[in-house]
Design a protein around this ligand. Structure first.
Ligand SMILES: Nc1nc2c(ncn2[C@@H]2O[C@H](COP(=O)(O)OP(=O)(O)OP(=O)(O)O)[C@@H](O)[C@H]2O)c(=O)[nH]1
Ligand SMILES: [Mg+2]
Length: 256
């Protein structure tokens, strides 16, 4: 499979999102990414084996679109910033407006996998904007905040939404974020595990603040998508659930 060129992996927004972001002014609590630019893909996200247009220096073999969804304030933007830049900027929470994306290329068993990660606004008023993007998502990370019972209670509604708008074969993972907040940890890990089991989802607790399990979540998604798109007969089948259970720090299976 040939190597392709991608646009530079700076943040950018599609026109609709750019307009929304511009209309609402600066909004970064975490170092967010609403910088509409010339390298925004003209026709939405890339498909596997179909690289984006435009020049740039990052090479990749396959590209996928990953969407971050969940209530406002659960930490979607911070999770993305942690993954992309390895940073966490605490501060005033400023909600995402519309939708942004950032690219990151991972090396998965010698294959360059480009993830184009779409960070959606959790606020209800942007729902109609974000609905339009579900259809193209190859994977979705559904987040709740372990310090917010309501964000956990809303997971079922998010799953209904995903069922309605996303492709039926999209990879889906449930993440309980902010696990660093030990004192305010109101949603037990067991509750997250139970819900995930009920819906057959891989599950992990994460922290955008400390970085716990953040790389792992995206790597697991990249491995699963790569395996699905490049079936190498000699390669052992990648099992997403097992991988996440085995590798996730703080998971019940791995605790001393
Ligand atoms: N303690 C802790 N705080 C976090 C973590 N992740 C995010 N936060 C804080 O939670 C708040 C909301 O984070 P965001 O990433 O902006 O939330 P969001 O899900 O993108 O929210 P919307 O853009 O409105 O949908 C911010 O004040 C962050 O600093 C985490 O892992 N631990
Ligand atoms: Mg956000």
């Amino acid at each position: 499979m040939s190597r392709k060129k991608t646009p530079k992996s700076k943040g950018a927004s599609v026109p609709a999102a750019s307009a929304l972001a511009a209309a609402n002014g600066p909004r970064l609590a975490c170092p967010r990414t609403a910088h509409p630019g010339p390298d925004a893909p003209p026709n939405g996200p890339p498909q596997a084996n179909r690289p984006s247009l435009g020049g740039g220096s990052d090479l990749y073999d396959v590209a996928f679109k990953v969407m971050l969804v969940g209530d406002s304030g659960v930490g979607k933007t911070c999770l993305l910033v942690r993954f992309k830049d390895g940073a966490f900027l605490a501060g005033t929470f400023i909600s995402t407006v519309g939708i942004d994306f950032r690219n990151k290329v991972l090396d998965v068993d010698g294959v360059k996998v480009k993830l184009q990660i779409w960070d959606t606004a959790g606020q209800e008023r942007f729902r109609s904007v974000t609905h339009a993007y579900y259809r193209d998502a190859h994977a979705l990370l559904l987040l709740y905040d372990v310090t917010s019972k309501s964000s956990f209670d809303n997971i079922q509604a998010w799953l209904t939404e995903i069922q309605e708008y996303a492709q039926h074969n999209a990879v889906l993972m449930l993440l309980g974020n902010k696990v660093d907040s030990a004192h305010e940890h109101v949603v037990k890990r067991e509750d997250g595990e139970k819900l995930a089991k009920e819906y057959g989802l891989p599950f992990m607790e994460t922290s955008a603040k400390t970085g716990l399990n953040v790389d792992l979540a995206f790597t697991a998604i990249a491995k699963e998508l790569k395996q699905r798109s490049m079936k190498v007969p000699s390669e052992p089948r990648f099992r997403l659930h097992d991988y996440v259970k085995r590798e996730g720090q703080g998971n019940s299976c791995c605790r001393p």
